[in-house]
Design a protein around this ligand. Structure first.
Ligand SMILES: [Zn+2]
Length: 89
């Protein structure tokens, strides 16, 4: 079996899958998936999903079937709320 590496930090990825929470959006609607199986990079925490999992999330965003709750999501305009960083000399 070929060893996969994290595309961000090049840490070798294990085969073990964890259940993670995933935020996705589609056509301006926002979705949070819970308990999604993913390979998580031990180096940087990047999450990798199988093609089937990605496909299934896409499908469920088109036709949401089971949802447990709907939450309000704060929208923060980053540039306007940013504090002035100390200037390094
Ligand atoms: Zn990584």
């Amino acid at each position: 079996m070929n060893q996969d590496f994290c595309e961000y930090c090049h840490t070798p990825l294990g085969q073990l899958k964890k259940k993670v929470t995933v935020y996705r959006h589609r056509h301006g609607r926002h979705f949070i998936f819970q308990q999604v199986p993913a390979r998580v990079c031990l180096g940087c925490g990047a999450k990798y999903f199988s093609a089937e999992v990605v496909q299934e999330m896409d499908q469920r965003m088109t036709m949401p079937t089971v949802t447990t709750e709907t939450i309000a999501v704060p929208v923060i305009p980053f540039e306007y709320t940013r504090r002035r960083e100390p200037v390094m000399a």
